[in-house]
Design a protein around this ligand. Structure first.
Ligand code: ADP
Length: 544
């Protein structure tokens, strides 16, 4: 924890006088209760994963004070959220909703507009409103984490139900789905598995989508589309509404599962491997999101810092990586494939055999027998996650650098060998040029893969921070020149990424802006999120 010098005065959002801002804050406090409105006048504390700050980004890539909240408010109900929205419209104060603020690598809890009031939905709106054991569905509020949902399913003794969890289980089920996060059971596409939203519009009205619009319905969580245009999409990765409830389908327990690990020796093996993965994944013989990782991450997952392996600067030397892996049960290699098959033994064995035959076509491929792996091995963390049990093991690699922070570059490509290789070569070039280390993970959803490049930096090293941000910018531009775009990005890179989706004279952004101005005429909700600026801000120097 690194407390900073005390700041006596909170940041005030632009366009409002200090005295009027405090007058407005007093008014909101009288509506929500003093204990539910907190002015941000304390030193910024970065916390850590389990205690993430809600005032700023705990892994700030620029000056912490740049993207900082003026105040944080804690609604206890949808009604409270409406009050906050009405208040913001009255005083023209920007709002920034978060569920739990664990969006690490993409900006954490930080607002894009300095001085925005953060709505921390998760603190008080954290109820599991329903788990339906017959329909295999649930309905949750923003503050429900994967851990909480998992524990509640266990507590109720629903052995026939699984949940799906991402790499880290502490985040919000609702928030992760809104940002298109993924997990590793066959229900890993979180957004695709949702059914039904409750949304507070930027002007304060509440909408329920899908079947939720039909009074007295019992189908909100089982049929997502309802009647008429399917509007749910406009509330994901956007600033068109504050989502206060969200429903999901839950996976039935498949009656058994078995995880497997293969290693591949050479960098260029990636091409052949991805060609093998595509038809198997589309046919669902590979049943969960493929997870093809660069082996450097194994060193970092040991929890030991980089300096324990290599004292020099510049990109981590390949020989040092092999030296360590030679004595590791995985052996020297470049790529690791973590996967899982589901079903009773006889069902999954059929699939495991096909996968084995196909993967072994890559010269030098090896299957690692899980029986030789100690219980502390990272493989077992993947196994837990792939069977819907939340875990935190993935945090270990952040300690690669002292005061470790990370920022992600996440381009999407078809699941084709040439594309994977092209992305790898591009990432490698910038990895070496930057002198920082990259952890790479090719995640194959179904027909598409997204590469997640995590660049790790020391948060106290200004040079490393600026290099990390700069290299992200190079990667986004070069990827766009080659026809690749990101599926998600850090809030400071949103304008740049949005700018790459420019077909037909930026028709998509013009459409987004039109929607924004219509739904949020005063431009109070999360200005700049996903590069969408309301009219009041547009073209006035906010874009970066
Ligand atoms: P997590 O919930 O995974 O801890 P966040 O709360 O930081 O992560 O959510 C990720 C991003 O999604 C936020 O920065 C915010 O822009 C958006 N977001 C999260 N929750 C909501 C919500 N309930 N309504 C609208 N946008 C949200």
């Amino acid at each position: 924890k690194r407390p900073r010098p005390r700041r006596c005065l909170p940041v005030i959002p632009q366009g409002i006088e200090r005295s009027r801002f405090f007058f407005a804050i007093d008014e909101l406090s009288s509506q929500l209760g003093n204990e539910n409105v907190e002015v941000n006048d304390k030193p910024l504390d970065d916390g850590w994963y389990m205690e993430p700050p809600n005032t700023h980004d705990g892994m700030a890539i620029t000056d912490e004070e740049e993207l900082v909240a003026s105040a944080v408010v804690y609604p206890g109900s949808t009604d409270d959220v409406q009050k906050i929205v009405h208040w913001a419209n009255k005083y023209l104060i920007p709002l920034h909703p978060i569920s739990m603020g664990r969006n690490f690598g993409y900006g954490g809890a930080a607002p894009r507009v300095r001085g925005a009031v953060v709505i921390d939905l998760g603190k008080r709106m954290n109820k599991i409103l329903d788990i339906n054991p017959d329909d295999s569905t649930c309905l949750v509020e923003p503050g429900v984490s994967y851990y909480a949902l998992y524990e509640e399913v266990q507590r109720r003794g629903y052995k026939h139900l699984w949940i799906d969890v991402p790499d880290l289980g502490g985040g919000s089920v609702l928030g992760n789905a809104l940002d298109h996060g993924v997990g590793y059971t066959p229900y890993g596409d979180h957004w695709a598995m949702h059914s039904g939203l409750e949304v507070v519009k930027p002007t304060g009205e509440v909408v329920r989508t899908g079947m939720g619009a039909l009074p007295g319905n019992n189908t909100w969580q089982v049929f997502p589309y309802g009647f008429g245009p399917f509007i749910d999409g406009i509330f994901s990765q956007s600033n068109y509404g504050i989502v206060t409830k969200m429903g999901f389908g839950l996976m039935p327990n498949p009656g058994g599962h078995e995880s497997f690990l293969y290693t591949f020796e050479k960098e260029d093996d990636l091409e052949q491997l991805v060609e093998i993965v595509r038809p198997l994944r589309i046919a669902m013989i590979l049943e969960n999101a493929a997870n093809i990782r660069h082996a450097l991450q194994v060193l970092a997952l040991s929890g030991k810092p980089r300096s324990a392996f290599y004292g020099g600067e510049g990109p981590f030397p390949r020989e040092k990586m092999n030296e360590y892996l030679k004595n590791h049960p995985y052996g020297a290699c470049t790529w690791l494939y973590f996967g899982t098959c589901y079903g009773p033994k006889e069902t999954r064995q059929l699939k495991l055999d096909i996968i084995h035959r196909q993967f072994m076509k890559v010269p030098g491929a090896r299957r690692i027998d899980p029986k030789v792996l100690p219980p502390s091995d990272y493989f077992w963390s993947r196994d837990k996650i792939a069977s819907g049990e939340p875990d935190l093991e993935e945090l270990a690699w952040v300690n690669w650098r002292p005061n470790g922070g990370h920022i992600a570059f996440s381009p999407v490509a078809p699941t084709r060998g040439v594309d994977a290789l092209r992305l790898w070569q591009m990432a490698k070039k910038h990895w070496i040029a930057s002198g920082l280390d990259f952890f790479l993970d090719f995640v194959v959803g179904l027909r598409e893969l997204h590469l997640i490049v995590e660049c790790v930096y020391d948060r106290d090293d200004l040079k490393q921070r600026s290099t990390a941000l700069e290299v992200m910018r190079f990667l986004i531009d070069e990827a766009a020149q080659k026809g690749y775009g990101e599926y998600r990005t850090h809030l400071l890179l949103s304008d740049q990424v949005a700018g790459t989706y420019s077909w037909n004279d930026n028709a998509l952004m013009r459409f987004n802006e039109k929607l924004k101005d219509c739904l949020d005429p005063n431009g109070i909700l999360a200005p700049g999120r996903s590069g969408i600026w309301p009219a009041r801000y547009r073209g006035r120097g906010w874009e970066v």
